[in-house]
Design a protein around this ligand. Sequence first.
Ligand code: KIV
Length: 294
Amino acid sequence: MSEPVAKKMTLPEFAGISASGGRIAMVTAYDSSSARLADEAGIDVILVGDSAAMTMLGHESTVPVTMDEMLMMTRAVARSTRHALVIADMPFGTYQASDDEAVTNAIRFVKDGGADAVKVEGAGRTRRRIRAILGAGIPVMGHVGLTPQSVTKLGGYRARGRTASEALAIYDAARSLERAGCFSVVLEAIPPQVAERISAALTIPTIGIGAGAGCDGQVLVWHDLLGLTTGHVPKFVKAYAALSETIATALRSYAGDVRAGSFPEAVHTYGMPADELGRFEATLRELERRNEAG
Ligand code: KIV
C-alpha cells in the first residue's frame, strides 16, 4: 500500500485551528532537512524567517539578507514540506520602496520559491504594500511589536508596549493590519496582557513570540528552540533540546576516531569479489614488474 499523501494546510484550516479552540504551532526553518523534520513532527506553519540572516549567514541583524538568499532557502523548505503552511519573510528593502516592487518580490516568493504566503513587518505605510500584495492574490501575515528590521530606528532589541501609549500604538497597528487584510499577525516581545487584549480584539489568529500564552499560536526560531544558538538567547526562548552540545560531542568523537584510525571500520566500506580483487592485484604486480624492467 502506498503512503497516504499529506494534504497541504489551507488558510481556512489555519484559521480554523484557533476558531475551534486549538493553538497554532509555528517554527522557522531555512533548509530542506529541517523543513522535513518540522513537517513530519506536525508543525502547522513553517516560516522562512529573515532571522536566517543571523542564524544561517552569520550577520549581526536581519537587515543584510537578500532576496536571492531568502528565495534559495524558501525553495529548499517548500520542496520538503508536504503539509505545513510555508511563509516567506520578505527581507528588508524588498517591499519598502514601492507597491510594484513589493508585489514583484512577493510573486517571486510564491512562483519561484513555492511559498504559500509572505510576511512583512510593521503597519503604517506597510499597509499599502499589504493591500497591493493581496491584490495579486498572495496572503500576507503581519508582524508588530518588536520588528527586527527596524531595530536601529526603534533603539535596539528591547521589549515593546511596556508603556500605555506604546501598548495602544501596537494595539492600533495590529487592528489596522487585520483591516488591511492580513490573515494573521505576529506579536513579538510585548507584555502578555497587551498581547491578550490584541488577540481578543482581532478575528484573525495572533502568533506570539515573547508575547505570553494568550496568543492563538506561538513561533520560535529553529536554532533557539533546539539549543543551537550561540551567544545571547532572548528571555522568551525555551530550548527544547541542547543540540549544540550534542553536535559538538559528535564532532569531537569523529575527529578523535579519524586521528586514531578507528574510523572507518570494515562495516563502513564497500566489498569487492575475491576474483576481481585477485585480477586487480595481479595486473598491478605485472605493471610494477614492467616499470622496474624499464
Ligand atoms: O525572522 C523571523 O524568524 C521572525 C520570527 C521571529 C517571527 O520574523
